[in-house]
Write a protein that binds this ligand. Structure first.
Ligand code: PHE
Length: 330
């Protein structure tokens, strides 16, 4: 019977141990056979045999239970080892996305003006003639409408050609003072190295009591903003024309490629045009029925900013979804 102790000690798995348990304690197991032998023994012998067999039985049972606990623990450890995950391993599918450079640039612009307490308006991409042109002092047949080649639907509907209609929508449904920016997509019938039919602008509008808003205010904030976006650049304002502002200006920064020396990108001028702006034309305030107010407005092209910040040569590269280009912005 001694060999059963050895088998228990040598058992290498819980399953094997269970087989041994059945062989010892099962209905036809060795103990059952031994107990059956007692029948033919004398009464005296019986008492002694029963005592021995019972001692033997309980000690085998103890051995078995002890071994079972050890084997279960070992098997659990094996399982945990097999299922362990090395969180420091690289995975083939661990590529992360990144913001498109245009959206990243837009976020930065919005970040600046939010910090300056401008609220964010979105307006509509499908606009009507009134908001996109008429109210912005661009009556029908006004030659300045040709500045922006428009996609038309029927019934006076069109795809907005700039974000300036958001100025109108905002003034039509809020009382002054106003301090807003409008980031969003705009559409023009244009396609070449520097134009795509869809691009993004950020519009700005500030309106307060008459006499409170000056060109100096506009100049100050735009200079500060451009330095925030482009770092240490020179900024200059050039007189220009927009129907919805008077006076109007275009704003240049010193060329970020040649630092103002003159290169191919800035056409040897040393300057890059980045913004349109001006003092809100009284006709615009009249169209939205505002009285005794003054204000400034500005508008910029986000793609142009992104190209200058990231030194991208061809505007169309921003819209081709080329993964090689986009991966550089992770
Ligand atoms: N809406 C003008 C454009 O698209 C930009 C602009 C906005 C100019 C506001 C002045 C004031 O060209």
């Amino acid at each position: 019977m001694k060999e059963w102790y050895d088998s228990i000690k040598e058992a290498q798995s819980v399953d094997k141990l269970e087989e041994i348990r059945i062989a010892i304690f099962g209905k036809k197991g060795v103990l059952a056979v031994e107990f059956a032998k007692m029948k033919s023994a004398s009464n005296e012998e019986k008492a002694q045999l029963a005592k021995d067999l019972n001692t033997y039985k309980s000690s085998l049972m103890n051995e078995l239970t002890a071994r079972k606990i050890i084997l279960q623990t070992l098997e659990l450890q094996e399982l945990m080892k097999a299922q362990a995950i090395d969180v420091s391993l690289f995975s083939a599918t661990s590529e992360t996305g990144a913001l498109h450079p245009v959206m990243e640039t837009m976020d930065r612009i919005v970040e600046y003006f939010s910090a300056m307490n401008f609220s964010i308006k979105t307006g509509n991409m499908v606009e009507d003639d009134f908001n996109n042109f008429e109210a912005l002092n661009l009556p029908k047949y006004h030659p300045a409408r040709d500045m922006q080649d428009t996609f038309y639907f029927k019934d006076e509907l069109l795809l907005r050609t700039h974000t300036s209609p958001v100025q109108i929508r905002t003034m039509m449904n809020t009382k002054p003072p106003i301090r807003m920016i409008a980031p969003g997509a705009v559409f023009r019938r244009d396609y070449d190295l520097t134009h795509t039919p869809m691009f993004h602008q950020v519009e700005g509008l500030l309106v307060d009591e008459e006499g409170k808003v000056s060109f100096a205010n506009l100049k100050y904030i735009l200079e500060d903003f451009l330095k925030y976006m482009f770092g240490d650049v020179k900024v200059r304002f050039r007189p220009s024309f927009f129907p919805f502002t008077e006076p109007s200006a275009e704003v240049d920064i010193s060329c970020v490629f040649c630092k103002g020396e003159g290169c191919r990108v800035c056409s040897k001028t040393g300057w890059l045009e980045v913004l349109g702006c001006g003092i809100v034309d009284p006709n615009v305030f009249e169209a939205v029925k505002y009285e005794n107010v003054s204000g400034y407005a500005f508008g910029l092209g986000v793609e142009r900013f992104a190209m200058l910040i990231h030194q991208i040569g061809d505007l169309r590269a921003l819209f081709e979804g080329d993964i090689k280009l986009l991966e550089q912005f992770q």
